[in-house]
Design a binder for this molecule. Structure first.
Ligand code: IPM
Ligand code: MN
Length: 328
């Protein structure tokens, strides 16, 4: 049966790289129906629309979502900060319970995966203002960590580590300073670890992990960390493994109670729009991850292989989509 794939083109280079990824999926012979959604900063600037309940209902009816990068250009004054981020991206991740943010990194001889908790932490939206606009103004932004949320994420990471040859898992946090959240993460990690004696484990503080990422990323196999540390560490991971333009993301609902969503790690890169630097690799890789999640392992593998072959010939970035579609 044809898959129903929700497609969000997004902003900046988004629509262009999403079109390339859709073309590649078609060329790979995958049978799917496209359900398109006009969402993002451009749409907001046009008529003020952000993701609403009706959009969410249509999205829930899809098997998976292929999402381009969303966001206004740097320096934009029309779209208030958070409109697209909280109003669309995080709402999708939270409402669809996509609690695993899976980011694999290959390139420069590296091969590791970051599992970022995707529904809690300082992204949860806890906090607020008191006495806003006065000299005594207070702003708080709490980090929300539930035993259930941490445990399901940590467990996913152990299961993933079990499928990889090295069977190595590193917890990254800041337990020496964040003594409440860090304690919950560390205790949960230790308890779940007891169920996986074959997995070798390590712990790094986030600041040290940044050094290792730059100087010795070979040490990593699977990393598990919270939402904010994971956001920052995966930009760095992208940079050391060949560029963030080559990194894809799965926002996974492993229980399959709602669709999962696949998107690049990078942003909308308005400054690259219309140049030969536009590179659809991250979006094509995200499409391969989507297909694999839907059980199309063979098509996913063919797309990865075609992408690898094309990349190794060092093409002009904006020709990659066409070259992969020809080869797949
Ligand atoms: C990412 C992005 C998002 C995040 C933003 C755009 C909300 O940076 O997917 O890493 O912070 O998670
Ligand atoms: Mn990010």
């Amino acid at each position: 049966m044809a898959h129903r794939i929700g497609v969000i083109g997004g902003d900046g280079i988004g629509p262009e790289i999403v079109a390339q990824a859709v073309k590649v999926m078609r060329a790979a012979g995958v049978d799917f129906e496209e359900v398109t959604f006009d969402l993002g900063a451009d749409r907001y600037a046009l008529d003020g629309h952000v993701l609403d309940d009706a959009d969410l209902e249509r999205i829930r009816a899809c098997d998976a979502i292929l999402k381009g990068p969303l966001g206004p250009p740097i320096g934009d004054t029309v779209v208030p900060p958070g409109t697209v981020e909280r109003g669309i991206i995080l709402r999708l991740r939270f409402d669809l319970d996509q609690y695993i943010n899976l980011r694999p990194f290959h390139g420069n001889g590296l091969d590791f995966v970051v599992i970022r908790e995707n529904t809690e932490g300082s992204y949860a939206g806890e906090g607020g203002f008191l006495r806003k606009g006065t000299p005594h103004e207070i702003a708080t932004q709490g980090s929300v960590n539930t035993r259930m949320g941490v445990e399901r994420c940590v467990r996913y990471a152990f299961e993933l580590a079990m499928t990889r040859p090295r069977r190595h898992l590193t917890l990254v946090h800041k337990t020496n300073v964040l003594t409440f959240a860090g304690d919950l993460w560390q205790r949960t990690f230790n308890e779940v670890k007891a169920e996986y004696p074959e997995v070798e484990t390590a712990y790094n503080h986030i600041d040290a992990a940044c050094i290792y990422m730059v100087e010795d990323a070979q040490r990593y196999d699977v990393i598990v960390t919270d939402n904010l540390f994971g956001d920052i560490l995966t930009d760095l991971a992208g940079a050391v493994s060949g560029g963030v333009g080559f990194a894809g993301t799965g926002n996974l609902n492993p229980d399959r109670t709602a669709p999962s969503m696949f998107e690049p790690v990078h942003g909308s890169a308005h400054d690259s729009l219309g140049t030969d630097r536009v590179n659809a690799s991250s979006q094509i890789l995200s499409a391969a991850m989507l297909l694999e999640f839907l059980g199309e392992a063979e098509a996913g593998a063919r797309i990865r292989k075609a992408l690898d072959d094309v990349q190794s010939s060092n093409p002009t970035p904006n020709t990659i989509g066409d070259l992969v579609a020809e080869r797949v």
